[in-house]
Design a protein around this ligand. Structure first.
Ligand SMILES: O=C(O)C1=N[C@H](C(=O)O)C[C@H](O)C1
Length: 350
């Protein structure tokens, strides 16, 4: 196999990290985090490292919905609608919600608006005993550490969803050093958000595995725009106590088939129960049922992503009367009527 310099570098780092963070020698927050991430998951403590857990028993298994931020006609955050969406997806079987994911337009929200979103989502997840993942971080390590330090004081946060540093395009060693530094500094479990078409930072499977092996890193939202070689390699040899969550709606079904524990899917605002059923069917090994359902849900996701997310989704939710407006903030512009109608047709077909 050809080894690229980035892979060689990542492999060396992986080796060093595995020496440095040998689980039995860790006494810092990483060990506590791994033990406490999911009290409902009895498999995390006692399994044989050579026998991977079934995806359905992994921490973070299941469908998580990254909620949109609904706006009222006066432009403010429509907190009551947000709360309604959170309850609705949990009623339909979602494992949890993501606050301030990409779908929430976080770059266009003020600090006060973000607090409102966090407050609503925390309250609902607490009441419902649901998983709460918070989007946080930027391409600056110190600023991300500061943001995570604030999250550490919040109640009921399951994990933070932190992007691979974008725009700066560090080498793989820099990406690993970024997450090593964050994981060492924060008690908040981390989910790495790997989305190379947004970050311009492709990573080798060795590097992804090294990230997943860091104490304090509990999962990865995998959104590479397809099922690539790295996904296949990573899912074929997962670090212990680490969950891959499909982060590209169009590819959730194949990633679940390969062993992903679940997904973070904007499409699951709609047809939530069907996405939950899809994950359950793959986890149960019911391939025919899962494949058929997967194809139908992919048609819905394709319609929802025919224009930049979450513009079409907001149009559909508004048409369904679930949010007061379909308003979206610049630089996004509202979806076309045709795109919203096409997505509504897909919903009706399900
Ligand atoms: O908000 C998220 O998290 C997601 N964002 C992706 C995107 O907008 O690119 C899509 C995915 O469904 C979840």
């Amino acid at each position: 196999m050809v080894e690229f310099p980035e892979q060689a570098e990542a492999a060396k780092l992986e080796h060093r990290l595995s020496l440095r963070f040998e689980p039995e020698k860790v006494t810092g927050p990483g060990q506590i985090r791994r033990a406490t991430i999911d009290p409902m998951n009895s498999a995390t403590s006692s399994r044989d490292a050579r026998t991977p857990d079934a995806p359905s028993t992994r921490p973070l298994a299941g469908i998580h919905v990254p909620l949109i931020t609904p706006f009222a006609a006066d432009g403010t955050v429509a907190a009551t609608s947000l709360e309604g969406l959170a309850h609705a997806v949990l009623d339909a079987g979602a494992r949890g919600i993501v606050a301030l994911g990409t779908t929430a337009e976080p770059a266009s929200l003020t600090a006060d608006e973000k607090h409102t979103v966090i407050e609503v989502c925390t309250r609902v997840c607490r009441e419902r005993g649901a998983t709460l993942i918070l989007g946080a971080g930027s391409h600056d390590t110190r600023a991300t550490a500061a943001a995570l330090a604030e999250l550490a004081h919040l109640p009921h946060v399951t994990a933070a969803l932190v992007p691979v540093p974008y725009f700066t395009r560090p080498q793989a060693a820099g990406v690993l050093a970024h997450f090593t530094s964050l994981a060492t500094a924060t008690p908040v479990p981390l989910i790495v958000y790997h989305v190379p078409y947004r970050t311009a930072q492709p990573l080798s499977a060795a590097c992804l595995r090294a990230l997943g092996a860091l104490p304090g890193v509990v999962g990865m939202k995998y959104a590479a725009g397809g099922v690539d070689e790295q996904a296949v390699e990573l899912l074929g040899d997962l670090p212990e106590d680490f969950a891959v969550l499909a982060g590209d709606d169009l590819f959730v079904s194949p990633l679940l088939a390969l062993g992903a524990a679940g997904g973070i899917l904007a499409s699951a605002h709609l047809a939530t129960a069907s996405f939950v059923e899809l994950a359950a069917a793959w986890h149960a090994g019911e391939a025919t049922r899962a494949r058929n359902l997967g194809h139908r849900l992919t048609a819905l996701s394709a319609a929802l992503f025919s224009e930049p997310n979450p513009t079409v989704l907001k149009g559909v939710l508004h048409a369904q009367g679930r949010i007061p407006t379909a308003d979206i903030r610049l630089p996004l512009v509202p979806a076309s009527r045709a795109a919203v109608d096409a997505a509504l047709e897909r919903v009706a077909e399900l």
